[in-house]
Ligand binder design. Sequence first.
Ligand SMILES: [Zn+2]
Length: 546
Amino acid sequence: MKTNIKNLSLLPALLFVLARASGEVLVGGGGGPASQPKLDCIPQAQRDAIEAAIAANPAAPRGPHPLDGGPAPYPFQPIAGTVWQDRFINNFVDLDPSSGILDWDCTGFTYDGHSGHDLNLRHFGEQDVGVPIFAALDGTVIARHDGEFDRNTSLNPSAVANYVILDHGGGHHSLYWHMRSNSVAVPLNQVVTAGTQLGQAASSGYSDYPHLHFESQLNGVVYEPYAGNCQTSTPSRWVSQTTIRRDTYLELFAMHGMHGTNNVSPFLPENPPRQGTFVRIGAQQTVSCWFLIHNQPANSTYRFRYKRPNGTVFYDPGTFAFGNNATAYRGAQWWWNYTLNPDTSGTWTLDVFINGALMVTAPFLVLNTGGVPTNRPPNAFTAALDPGAPTTNDVVFCRLAVPLLDDPDYDFVRYHFQWKLNGAVVRDVTNGAFSDAVRKGIAQTGDFLSCTVTANDGVTNGQPVTVSTFVGGVVPPRLNVAQLGRSDFRLSWTTSGPPYALEYATDLIAPNWQPVTNGLGQSGGQNTVTNPGSGSLRFFRLHFTY
Ligand SMILES: [Zn+2]
């Protein structure tokens, strides 16, 4: 399987080199689109071997077991990250039985003979941090393999993948391919619930870019779970089917200062060099960028505009062609080696235009000679639980909304997810991904589930973000007030459900909340407090104690 791009030295579309008398020089650039594999992600010889292994597993189900109504729909994409943000589906199932290609939506998001979905990572840096793969549904592990090399960058049909195959009953299998070496987390014949971590994504087997090949079979026959104008034989096998993202967008962008190399090395799928602060040298120096773009139209153009801290234009050489002519790329990666001699210090910006549209305004810091760059923490992000009001039957994702410019130094940002259930840590991972998940069944009705996320650029943490909810539609208790007499009153709230404590403050402008410790009692399923304080104005609240 395959995916995004080739090493630049192999590129079909090297940009031309030019020099300018003005002093700003485009030393070079390059990039290009994805290669097209000749074979399926799972070459036939490996499929045969796997079927033999399943046949030899005495615990594996035997023979076809037609499901009433077909295979169960998938509630979520079975990988950390978020599709069309940091995960790109480069290939769907090829529905054209001939040598042509056709995806379910009648376009070419596939390659000839492809049997599943390829969900791309952005680079090996994400793989190295870890990108979990989750069981899409409840199931049983009927085959697994681990220990194979996991950083393939060229397509080798004899390379063996690390993988897991789940049986979901009724002849429904799901396959998780190209896993990271020594990441397979489930033993053979293990029964797993949806959302259980099966392993991590990588580039083992027939692969040249880190990705998950996720494949669906019914009674041994591959099916496409998406439904569309070119897949009408069955309804969608997704609870909520995504559309294919078709706008032109940058999935990854960074500045770099690879001076004098006329190259950016290493380049994708490795994690390329990144730099956000440039110390003036009084001569031409590389202040440039690289990026990963999706849905790049045919005959595309680019333009770079450098602006000083005061907003005046320092350099804008105009518009140039990528050289992709009549070919549109659903994924392409490009680098440049622009050099310039910045004439002042401060926060500059680089505007990147694709086909006339401003794709990013990228800040970079210029220091005077002798300045010492300092690392800055990652930029802010937001988080949300998905679904937002989970039941005990849901796999719960903690999803991040991360800006394209996720770090002022363009460092690769990874995210630490700490999940707590009623205050106790139940999952603690660091992912090269914009989401993480906890499995179905981890929470009971009324449990309090929280996810605290901390961004890290390899050196420094950003500000943590916490999101939380009660599982199963439980709502917070209300505080009841009953007047008992002329100056007597009682506060009460339910004893069932999550633990809350009564607190008071004497000022709501600058409240200093204190626990109420006197007069506490219980009566008729209620916590009660009678006349909790006197002689001054008081405000009360129930405070969740986890
Ligand atoms: Zn594949």
